[in-house]
Ligand binder design. Structure first.
Ligand SMILES: [Zn+2]
Ligand SMILES: [Zn+2]
Length: 133
């Protein structure tokens, strides 16, 4: 299942359950990655193929709004947190790392080039996820 298909599946089960708040994405790192994915070249490519549903976009927007209601600065906070590049181990703020949608590993700009491209234009992580951000 592709990253998009997985997001779509999760959004569809949220929709079918009546869109309850407790099925929204509440993990801030996962939320950041989902937002980065939506802004990625891969998502733009898939959007042109009309493969991104309104339900998924609603799921993303509602998840972000719920987090904003909890903490208006959630994104600023997580962007300033530090992690290390999985490959060269240099330390960066999340702001400067690209993140894998699946294993959530971070990669610095210098190490990104080693990954091949997915058909949608995003880089592919060794784990099969897409690298975004
Ligand atoms: Zn690196
Ligand atoms: Zn990965």
């Amino acid at each position: 299942m592709s990253v998009r298909q997985r997001y779509e599946k999760r959004a569809a089960s949220w929709h079918e359950a009546g869109r309850p708040a407790d099925l929204l994405e509440t993990d801030v790192l996962a939320l950041l990655i989902m937002e980065c994915w939506l802004y990625s070249d891969g998502a733009k490519y898939e959007c042109k193929q009309e493969e991104i549903s309104e339900t998924f976009l609603d799921f993303a927007v509602d998840s972000m709004n719920a987090e904003l209601a909890r903490d208006v600065y959630w994104k600023d906070r997580i962007m300033k947190e530090r992690d290390y590049c999985e490959i060269c181990t240099s330390r960066w703020m999340y702001d400067n790392l690209a993140l894998c949608t699946d294993c959530k590993a971070g990669f610095c700009i210098d190490c990104m080039g080693r990954f091949p491209y997915h058909v949608n234009g995003n880089r592919c992580c060794d784990c099969g996820g897409e690298i975004v951000g």
